[in-house]
Design a protein around this ligand. Structure first.
Ligand SMILES: [Fe+2]
Length: 286
């Protein structure tokens, strides 16, 4: 049984105030505070991103959803069989993540992974903190996360064999090689890349997908007006066709604000290889 979506991400952050401003003024997320955790909401779920103020900027966990309790138990059993140490979240931790149950382990490159079931559905609709059309999530999950790995090939095998993901395509770019993985119709929910020396074990970026192209343009304009650092200019990716730009989050990793992502039909999809990442744009900021 495979995981069905990237459900949530948790980060420890050193600059909670800048994160708060970014979330509300640029992204249009709804922000709430509970027991020292800053929750960022942008759809029907209680939250998609949780921020924990602390002394370093690190990924606390990436939460992969299982369709039900049975699928969750199968995923946990597979992880155990793969030889990784699996621990189950206690009641307090489940309450913080707003799930019925979860288990945690590390992938072969040391990234913290969680599988869970029973995510909390909010009763009231999402109300954005600035006028945006909203985010394309639902069964596609929150977006995608890209991880820089010392040995990406080990993690590719792990996420496919243990969590049931499938390869979408691969790319050899001037500065990195990447493998893109899907677990639903979103072209990729996870990408595993090589790293420049010293970058291994860090998050490259997180992508969220706006429902309207206008939202990408207005976010780009707002970043320029408010002095939010841009990492990569507006551009369009080759493999998933996403039109996007990347801002630099206060934690150092990128936040890709995208639109128009390709959806995969599993029945007809063919894995291909790319030598370019973007049709146009995505130029690094000076
Ligand atoms: Fe991306």
């Amino acid at each position: 049984m495979a995981v069905t979506q990237l459900g949530y991400l948790g980060f420890q952050v050193t600059d909670a105030d800048t994160w708060r401003r970014l979330a509300t003024e640029i992204m249009g997320f709804a922000v709430s505070d509970e027991d020292g955790v800053i929750y960022l909401r942008f759809d029907e779920r209680h939250h998609r991103i949780a921020l924990r103020p602390g002394k370093t900027d690190t990924l606390d966990y990436a939460g992969w959803e299982c369709a039900d309790l049975g699928a969750y138990e199968t995923a946990v059993a597979r992880a155990s069989q793969a030889g990784v140490e699996v621990t189950t979240g206690n009641a307090d931790e489940c309450a913080r993540r707003k799930v019925k149950g979860f288990a945690r382990f590390r992938d072969p490159n040391g990234f913290p992974v969680e599988v869970y079931h029973g995510s909390l559905r909010e009763m009231r609709p999402f109300v954005p903190s600035r006028p945006v059309s909203g985010y394309k999530t639902g069964a596609l999950g929150l977006g995608h996360v890209v991880l820089r790995c010392a040995r990406p090939e080990l993690s590719v095998r792990f996420y496919c064999d243990v969590l049931g993901m499938r390869i979408s395509d691969t790319a050899d770019l001037p500065r990195l090689s990447a493998t893109f993985l899907h677990c639903n119709a979103r072209h990729h929910s996870l990408a595993l890349t090589t790293s420049q020396p010293g970058g291994e074990g860090t998050v490259s970026h997180v992508m969220v997908e706006a429902c309207a192209m206008e939202d990408v343009g207005t976010a780009y304009e707002l970043c320029q007006q408010k002095g939010v650092p841009i990492w990569l200019s507006l551009g369009q990716h080759t493999n998933d066709r996403v039109l996007s730009f990347y801002l630099r989050s206060p934690s150092g990793f990128g936040l890709e604000y995208g639109y128009g992502g390709l959806e995969i039909d599993e029945a007809t999809w063919r894995v291909e290889h790319w030598r370019s990442g973007s049709f146009w744009g995505h130029t690094p900021a000076a």
